[in-house]
Design a protein. Structure first.
Length: 164
């Protein structure tokens, strides 16, 4: 029976340490003593992303700011761990990023000319490319099923008159 008591004591102490109760009790019992000199802590590099929910929640709590869970990242969704221990999911109606190889890159619709003379966005999830050519429509043509715009009446051109 003595070994059961020892195991339960060890488990209880483990739980107390894990929840921080023992640390608080230790700090309050040493309140009257002179504190030991503190070594200046080197600030940890802050990060805005973590690979999984558990590490993101811990980092968010320690840094006091929200941290992105990269494992949950998709083209249209972003999962955030908040400092208070909650998770927030932001969903977009369209793609905000795309996967290129193993990396996620933001969608960038800035048009650039490709080496073969075509025009394409810098990063588009559907691989959109505008090629040259004539589609049979010119600027000013009306679309099928629409009424053409009225043409303005011809305006007379001013005639030059000579005055002496």
């Amino acid at each position: 029976m003595r070994w059961i008591r020892r195991i339960s004591t060890v488990l209880t102490l483990g739980l107390l340490v894990q929840t921080g109760v023992a640390a608080d009790a230790l700090a309050s019992s040493q309140a009257g003593k002179t504190p030991a000199p503190q070594i200046p802590a080197v600030p940890a590099a802050s990060s805005t992303e973590a690979p999984d929910e558990a590490s993101a929640l811990l980092a968010a709590r320690l840094q006091g700011k929200r941290i992105e869970v990269t494992k949950a990242r998709t083209e249209t969704a972003t999962l955030w761990a908040n400092p208070e221990g909650t998770l927030t999911s932001e969903l977009s109606t369209g793609p905000i990023r795309m996967k290129v190889g193993e990396a996620w890159v933001p969608v960038d619709t800035t048009l650039v000319q490709t080496p073969d003379g075509k025009v394409a966005p810098k990063a588009h999830p559907e691989g959109l490319v505008f090629a040259g050519g004539d589609a049979g429509v010119t600027v000013g043509d009306s679309l099928p099923g629409t009424v053409p715009a009225p043409t303005p009446a011809a305006t007379p051109t001013p005639a030059a008159t000579a005055t002496e």
